[in-house]
Design a protein around this ligand. Structure first.
Ligand SMILES: Nc1ncnc2c1ncn2[C@@H]1O[C@H](COP(=O)(O)OP(=O)(O)O)[C@@H](O)[C@H]1O
Ligand SMILES: [Mg+2]
Length: 354
């Protein structure tokens, strides 16, 4: 039966692949329990979003199992608190500046909706494209941790985000749009992220604090639907300048949207505009418009939000087809540039000092 000191000794040969120091020195070994020939080890990661967590876990297993008298090794992974993470990073790279010190973002706008499936992510992507085409530097922070869909729309895959000692470098999508999403960190896009609120909040804060966004004019934050923890985290811990509300005519009396609007108001985040998606279908033969999901509620929502309707986008099978193929950047619906223009005038960049 090995002693705790012996176990610690072998663990000091396990190197964190990113920080390039051993996990004992980094303070990541939180607990060691020896029960006969069974050893339980708790390792605290700097972030639950660590793409290399499996490697660390495997290395710990292998190192301890090699000790004589050990039959089974159980490794549990937990996450450090923000303060512990800070201390660990400082230990690994003393004096290294943090990503957020290099970030300069003109406007941060959260894209919200009452419920899911209204096309919030699609509208976020289209608006990003429209703004990028108007010459702005644009980023998208995918704050939908359990249902991330921005990478898929742009055809981005895990591995396109790179780790840097100072933080993550975002993936680059069409039109030079920078993208950060949990789906770019998991080993495979189909891996489900089953996290509770605090872990989700942590990941979102890291996507802001520890990602090298650099200089951006607009950073669009794709929120999960409704008034979730994630929405609260974004509006409270990121310097959000405004929120864009996406709705559809089906939203009965737009009641759920109003809750989202109410949340933004309570948190002093102004609504920069309302986009009604799937507003109508325009018959390609006759050009006639059909309000297939019922009459528009856009202006009603906009009035309640003390904002304007920026655009009413049609149901367009081409949009969902291109989105499914990761080719949303090829979408050239006529209204997209108008959406960009309307947004730009409602949410202008801060004046730069000359
Ligand atoms: N205007 C539209 N016309 C046709 N399909 C759309 C439109 N907007 C969104 N969709 C489709 O609806 C589905 C949900 O859209 P998504 O943007 O993921 O919504 P959300 O982010 O609100 O959950 C996707 O399959 C998308 O392609
Ligand atoms: Mg979405």
């Amino acid at each position: 039966m090995p002693t705790e000191a012996e176990i610690r000794n072998v663990l000091s040969r396990v190197i964190d692949p990113e920080l390039r120091r051993n996990i004992v020195e980094l303070g990541m070994v939180r607990d060691i329990q020896v029960h006969g020939d069974e050893v339980e080890i708790e390792v605290a990661l700097t972030t639950a979003a660590c793409p290399l967590s499996q490697n660390i876990s495997d290395d710990v297993q292998a190192a301890v199992k090699a000790l004589p008298g050990v039959r089974e090794v159980k490794v549990t992974l937990s996450e450090m608190t923000a303060e512990e993470r800070e201390a660990t990073l400082e230990k690994a790279q003393p004096g290294l500046p943090k990503a957020s010190q290099f970030n300069k973002v003109g406007r941060i706008v959260a894209v919200m909706s009452g419920k899911g499936g209204v096309g919030k992510s699609s509208v976020t992507a289209l608006l990003a494209l429209a703004l990028a085409r108007r010459g702005y530097k644009v980023g998208i922070l995918d704050a939908d941790i359990t249902g991330p869909s921005i990478p898929k729309l742009f055809g981005l895959h895990p591995g396109e985000v790179r780790g840097d000692p100072m933080g993550f470098l975002p993936a680059i999508a069409a039109e030079n749009i920078k993208v950060m999403s949990i789906n770019l960190l998991v080993p495979d896009e189909t891996t489900a992220v089953i996290w509770r609120g605090p872990l989700i909040s942590n990941a979102i804060q890291q996507f802001w604090n520890e990602v090298l966004w650099g200089h951006l004019d607009y950073l669009l934050v794709d929120l999960p639907p409704g008034t979730s923890d994630a929405a609260l985290t974004v509006m409270q811990s990121l310097p959000v300048n405004g929120a864009l509300v996406v709705t559809t005519p089906q939203d009965l009396a737009a009641m759920v949207v109003r809750k989202a609007v109410d949340m933004a108001h309570q948190l002093n985040v102004p609504i920069v505009g309302v986009v009604e998606n799937m507003s109508y279908f325009q018959c390609p033969d006759s050009g006639k418009r059909y309000e297939i999901f019922g009459p528009s509620h856009a202006d009603e929502v906009a009035t309640a939000a003390n904002a304007t309707t920026l655009a009413r986008l049609p149901v367009d099978p081409e949009l969902s087809r291109l989105g499914d193929q990761g080719q949303i950047a090829k979408y050239n619906g006529a209204l997209i540039d108008e959406l960009g223009k309307a947004f730009e005038s409602e949410c202008p960049l801060p004046r730069r000092d000359l």
